[in-house]
Design a protein around this ligand. Sequence first.
Ligand code: GLN
Length: 475
Amino acid sequence: MSSVWMSVTKIASKVQAGELKATELVEQSLAMIAEKDEYRAIIATTSERARSRATEIDAKVANGETVGVLAGVPFIAKDNFLVFGAETTAASNILKGFDAPYQSTAVERLEAAGAICVAKANLDAFAHGSSTENSDFMVTKNPVDPTRVPGGSSGGSAAAVVLDLAPFALGTDTGGSIRLPASFCGAVGYKPTYGLVSRSGVVAMASSTDVIGPLTRTVEDAAVVMSVMAGKDRLDSTTIDSTPAEFLELTGELKGKKVGVIKEYMSEGLDAGVRARIEAAIAKMEEAGALVSEISLPSLPLALAAYYIICPAEVSSNLSRYDGQRYGYTYTEAENLSESFSKSRSIGFGKEAKRRIMIGTYVLSSGYYDAYYKKAQTVRTKLIQEFQGAFEQFDFLVGPVAPTPAFKIGENTADPLQMYLTDIMTVAVSLAGIPAVSIPAGLSDGLPVGLQIMAAQRKDKELLSVAQATGELLV
Ligand code: GLN
């Protein structure tokens, strides 16, 4: 993808060498944000703080001090990351006015490496959605075709990267929210193994599948950003140990790698243009020496139903903290506390959040728990086992990210089930906690199509290596 930005490593090395100024990079990013405002990718900028951080970095360089591996690199965080310098709203009215008292670990680590957050990106409120149309504030437009959605829920982040608003952006992926917008906009979207990046300071959606990852122009950039963010954090007990080296030094080797094409994802209902792009990408992998064959994971058709039980169950619990007293919006006319709770929530939450609270409490209620929640967890276990079995035979699995390219704004908003079906090829990976990446695989009728590559848990370096090698074949 051609871009006004160099690779993140190159930018940082030029800043370190005094050839580029962090202050100029921040101004460039802020100017791009202003220029591309019509795409509605950005909720707010953190311009004041970004400028002062850039001045500090430039002063350090002038003093001969060493600055980090991302020195001066501007980035944009999805607005569900707690960040100083602007409100954290998660694109929900109920969080309007909420100033974070601390920053998310991921952002803290990026800052420690010299990166500079310049803005907060739009999302489906609380990350519930697949098109960014569930934002309570505005609809982000697809940078390739502004009549279409950018995908969701990290639609603002993906659009921001493709629009060159910053060299990289942060997203979250609970059921596909990094991979889907990457696919719809033509960016690289990397969902790491569950637990590799701390969730501390990120607005929780479904805690058992929530992960944080980068949206970038290249796989190399994703690897560098990940090397900075990943690793154990005492603020998130689900984090796992890792070292920066686990993400760097990509081998780029495809020869001899066993690649399984997921049969269930290539079946009926797949858009012909998407199929053609995916098949062409797989053929290129084969030409480069990959050993390709088909694999069936028989429980995959159950994944979407299981996800849309487990996810709302966790959402209903995680959203209970927004009671109108502690964060953001409060209904001020209430006569008692109980009315304040219920009015704050009924006015503050949007339609989709309410839908998930209702579904979630329903599937967790006694009498329905065994019929829905427990069954969904059984399916989840089965999926995990099937993925484990598949990774005994294959190094990687591949398929599309979504059954269609980006759809029209408004096309699916009236029918939540139709919207949920967009996630049919991304949710199983989330339930299994495995890493996956979406890389651009060309255009269908002018619209980007993403190839999804999946690997076993903790095989993130191998995944990024093969994604890099494949990406080079597809340009
Ligand atoms: N589209 C999915 C959902 O709405 C996934 C969202 C996400 O990954 N945050 O639940």
